[in-house]
Design a protein. Structure first.
Length: 197
C-alpha cells in the first residue's frame, strides 16, 4: 500500500503483478527469495522494501510530497523508524497472537502508547504536518489502518482522537480509493499486462 501510494502520487507507471502470498509464483521468488511484497524490478536494481521503493520514487519525482523542513524531516525519520520496527512488532503480535503465542492485550497496549504519542504530534490540518500529504503520512497510515482493522470497536473507543480523525481522512481520500482496486492474481504468460496507476 505504501509503495502504491508513492507510485500513484508520482504517476510513475509500472506493470503490476498481483500475487497470492499463500501461493507465491516461483518467478517472484527468483526475483526476491525472501518472498515478501512489494517488489519493484528496475533495469539495474531490485527493491523489495516499501521504504526503498518510496525513496526511489521521490528521487525521480521530488515534488510529489510536502517539502519538509529540517525539524519535520528529523521527526519523520524518527517516526517512520518507530512504526517500521516497534509498532509493527507489536501490531503483528496483537493481530496474529495465535500464530506468535503472544498476549494480544499486552501488545495492543504497546501500540496504544505509540498512537497516544503520535496524537500529540498531529497538527489541526488534514494531514500530520499540513493540508499537504507528506512522507510521514504515507509511511505510517497503513500500519495504523491495520491496527484499526484488528478491532474497530476498540480503536474507535480510544482517546487519540487526532489519530482517529487522520485515519478517517486517509480512508476517505481519493488517494486511498485509487490504490484499493482489486486485481486478479498474475499468471505466467497471461495475455494482458496490468498497468498501474
Amino acid at each position: 500500500m505504501r509503495a502504491r501510494m508513492a507510485l500513484k502520487l508520482a504517476n510513475l507507471k509500472c506493470e503490476l503483478r498481483e500475487v497470492e502470498l499463500k501461493n507465491k509464483p516461483k518467478e517472484m521468488l527468483q526475483v526476491s527469495p525472501k518472498g515478501t511484497v512489494p517488489i519493484l524490478v528496475l533495469d539495474d536494481v531490485i527493491l523489495d522494501e516499501s521504504n526503498d521503493i518510496i525513496q526511489w520514487v521521490i528521487s525521480n519525482n521530488p515534488n510529489i510530497l510536502m517539502n519538509l523542513d529540517a525539524e519535520q524531516a528529523q521527526q519523520t525519520s524518527k517516526l517512520v523508524d518507530l512504526f517500521d520496527t516497534e509498532f509493527k512488532h507489536h501490531l503483528d503480535r496483537y493481530k496474529y497472537h495465535q500464530r506468535y503465542g503472544s498476549n494480544a492485550t499486552d501488545h495492543r497496549e504497546q501500540c496504544d502508547e505509540i498512537l497516544y504519542m503520535l496524537d500529540e504530534e498531529i497538527s489541526e490540518y488534514d494531514w500530520i504536518f499540513s493540508d499537504e500529504i507528506s512522507l510521514l503520512d504515507i509511511s505510517i497510515l497503513p500500519f495504523i489502518r491495520q491496527f484499526k482493522i484488528a478491532d474497530e470497536s476498540y480503536f474507535f473507543s480510544q482517546n487519540y482522537q487526532k489519530v482517529i480523525n487522520l485515519l478517517k481522512q486517509f480512508e476517505n481520500s481519493d488517494l486511498f480509493e485509487s490504490i484499493m482496486s482489486k486485481y486478479e492474481p498474475w499468471q505466467l504468460n497471461q495475455a494482458e499486462k496490468t498497468i498501474f496507476p
